[in-house]
Design a protein around this ligand. Structure first.
Ligand SMILES: [Zn+2]
Length: 166
């Protein structure tokens, strides 16, 4: 799993500022409030609000330590790897099921296309409705192979299945 995908997921779920915090936390084992304020330029209240959202979603956890000089607690934040793995895997499962549906569609259909307008692909039923003639130029639609698409889909499916097993 790349760290970019975690940042992207957090960005989508919570927002850009949360994603920035996550990318900083990914750099090392733990990071203090002070350092987060310094590096994000965020106001303390806003930072706390977002840290709480991340904590509430199980993305991060913290350790607190009493500062003997100033007498109050300092917080050290860290990524919670288990929660993020679960989330990434649930997204992978969704992608996997879409790819499997697509594979089934590719394997259960034969396709037709115009030699001049190959971007438009038609199923047998669609081609029949068009009398096997291209709606743009009138040329005869040819039966086209989709072996390559099927091969690519099978590779992608096995890649995701492998990742889900680890
Ligand atoms: Zn055409």
């Amino acid at each position: 799993m790349s760290s970019n995908s975690i940042v992207d997921i957090v960005k989508e779920l919570i927002g850009e500022e949360a994603a920035k915090i996550i990318s900083i936390l990914l750099e090392k084992e733990e990071t203090s409030d002070d350092e987060l304020i310094q590096r994000t330029g965020m106001k303390i209240n806003n930072l706390r609000k977002i840290l709480y959202q991340l904590f509430d979603n199980n993305f991060i956890s913290y350790r607190r330590e009493k500062d003997k000089e100033i007498g109050w607690y300092k917080y050290y934040w860290r990524i919670n790897p288990t929660a993020i793995n679960i989330l990434v895997n649930s997204i992978r499962k969704k992608v996997l099921s879409k790819l499997k549906d697509r594979l089934e569609y590719e394997m259960n259909n034969i396709f037709f296309a115009c030699p001049e307008h190959q971007k438009n692909r038609y199923t047998f039923e669609e081609a029949m409705e068009l009398n096997f003639q291209c709606p743009y130029c009138g040329k005869k639609l040819d039966n086209i192979k989709n072996d390559e698409i099927i091969t690519i889909l099978k590779i992608k499916i096995s890649e995701i299945e492998k990742k889900l097993k680890t």
